[in-house]
Design a protein around this ligand. Structure first.
Ligand code: HEC
Length: 281
């Protein structure tokens, strides 16, 4: 079979998913990331690389101005502040989160998700926080526990604001996980038969009904978001919403499928600056 690359796939020269017909034809993660950057540079020439962090707002000056005004005095400040208190409260062992996460928990969010060789799987920042809890005598939080895990990470991730996304794919097992996430991203699903890529690659920058669709590049750097100004939504919850939009059954949050999707999806934003806890409509 002729080697196919993601570039061709992104350019729409091939049906989505054709690039995955044979494992031997897969491009490297870095080639994939570069293909995304190039694709958007050609498709959306007026959007600067750094502005992809704003999602659909980068394509609509009016909404971006509104966003800037909201971000001056964010209505969710008190929730982030509650997260700071949780962060600073000692765990049952007497230690704090800062004692059991790398680098005191600062400037690390951009390293996650990461492939953990010992566990043989992708771990998210939420997993790292839960591991820290368990090691210090507490129970793990449920991934959909927004009151606790959500609030805590809304603050914790701000400690990495400005860090550049820095996901690594080293070794064959990590590459397998990356390629699995890539496959999910490009696979059509649901009654509507859409892939993530159908909307966020081919239609990134276009209107779908009344909604301006964000490019996948930059998608992973600003989580959690506060939708409508007060409803905290994590990245995997957003995936769940998007799966449901095409009437597909979403994989459970924290499943291998979701974590591998987050791994691939985060890698393509490598080099972009993080900014946690932002407004989205
Ligand atoms: C039918 C089209 C459609 C499909 C398919 C789809 N999405 Fe979305 N997605 C949207 C719309 C509409 C929004 C809200 C507007 C925006 O920010 O793009 C959105 C928002 C998002 C956001 C939030 C962007 C931000 O900056 O707040 C992420 C992340 C996302 N989608 C990821 C995915 C992933 C991963 C998949 C595949 C599992 C997927 N989407 C499938 C339409 C889609």
């Amino acid at each position: 079979m002729k080697p196919t690359t993601i570039t061709k796939c992104l350019a729409g020269a091939l049906a989505l998913g054709a690039a995955f017909a044979s494992a031997s034809t897969l491009a490297s993660p870095e080639e994939d990331r570069e293909a995304f950057v190039k694709y958007y540079a050609a498709k959306l020439p007026n959007v600067k690389f750094e502005d992809y962090v704003y999602g659909a707002l980068a394509l609509d000056a009016g909404s971006k101005a509104q966003y800037d005004a909201i971000m001056e005095f964010p209505p969710f400040d008190s929730q982030v502040e509650a997260g700071r208190k949780m962060w600073e409260t000692p765990l049952k062992s007497g230690k704090k989160y800062a004692d059991c996460l790398p680098n005191g928990g600062k400037n690390i969010a951009g390293n996650y998700p990461m492939f953990d060789e010992a566990k043989g799987k992708v771990v998210t920042l939420h997993d790292a926080i839960n591991d820290c809890r368990i090691a210090n005598g507490e129970e793990a939080y449920k991934l959909n526990d927004m009151k606790n895990l959500g609030t805590l990470t809304a603050y914790m991730r701000t400690l990495s604001d400005g860090m550049r996304m820095n996901i690594k794919v080293d070794g064959p097992k990590a590459l397998e996980a990356f390629n699995d996430g890539k496959k999910t991203f490009f696979s059509r699903k649901g009654q509507l038969n859409f892939a993530c890529a159908s909307c966020h690659v081919q239609n990134g920058g276009n209107y779908l009904r009344s909604e301006l669709i964000s490019p996948a590049l930059g998608h992973a750097v600003h989580w959690p978001v506060f939708r409508g100004g007060d409803t905290l939504v994590t990245l995997q919850q957003r995936y769940t919403g998007c799966f449901s939009q095409v009437r597909a059954v979403p994989p459970p949050q924290g499943s291998t499928t979701m974590n591998n999707l987050e791994y691939f999806h985060s890698y393509i934003s490598n080099g972009l600056p993080l900014k946690a806890s932002v407004f989205r409509k």
